[in-house]
Design a protein around this ligand. Sequence first.
Ligand SMILES: [Fe+2]
Length: 289
Amino acid sequence: MDTFDFEELRTRREKSQITNMYFEILACKNQQLQRHYTGAELSLNLAERQKHAFNMVQIHYLTEVTVPSARKRVVESYDIGPNNDDLYPNIWPPENTLPGFQAFMENFFDIMNIFKDALLGLLEDHYEVSKGRFSALHNMAQNELRLLHYPDIKTELLKDTKKAVRFGQHTDFGTITILFQAPAGGLYFRSMNGNWNEILSSKTDAIITFGDTFERWTNGRVHAGVHCVQAPSQAQDQTGERYAIAYFGKANRNQSVGVLPEFANKLESPKYEDMTAEEYNQYRMLSLY
Ligand SMILES: [Fe+2]
């Protein structure tokens, strides 16, 4: 896929009736889809959407927009990429709107990148690949930091996925995800036997998940974690708001997400085809959104 097809996205979105969500690209070149900021109606023009993207950070602008017959996707998010990313530059709120936010987040992004590399080092040892092998495939730090806010909502709506969904069943696209969540509940992972288990943690616990890229690199030896965000098991009539921060480790955009030689099975063909991490990202975004 050379460029992102906005028309196809629009068609898919209309078919899926997720009409109260916008998935906007405020920072893009060559119509490639990357940074996204959710939380406003599709009908808003670009200037309005930018305003809302900043409002989301400032005052937790909510996504509760009434659209008849549409399923509500009740989540809003704000994405941050590497500093000085020429392809998808970050969009920051004005400094006087949220003093210190940009500097804090840029520093946090870098700290998380160091943490991610430390985790990759452990995986290099575990899978007996050469030291620095996995981290070298990420050395452009083209990761994503996502701030997530799920507004409070009536629990009966969340329990009917035709009416509302916080985040449906999916796998992450990248290599490893580091997730922090406020202790509101509602995050579920599917185990190998198919059961869904709620993951409860304190806000300082890091939840580490494998993503698709790692599954592909290892020819399926590692399974990407299937997860979703729905009503907490302990929810009363009203499900309270939920906050989470996800740091998505991403391979360098020009790096293949095909099977790495170390994991290729010489007796069978690779389970996953070669494509760049950037192509894979675009492909998955289209299928998910
Ligand atoms: Fe996820």
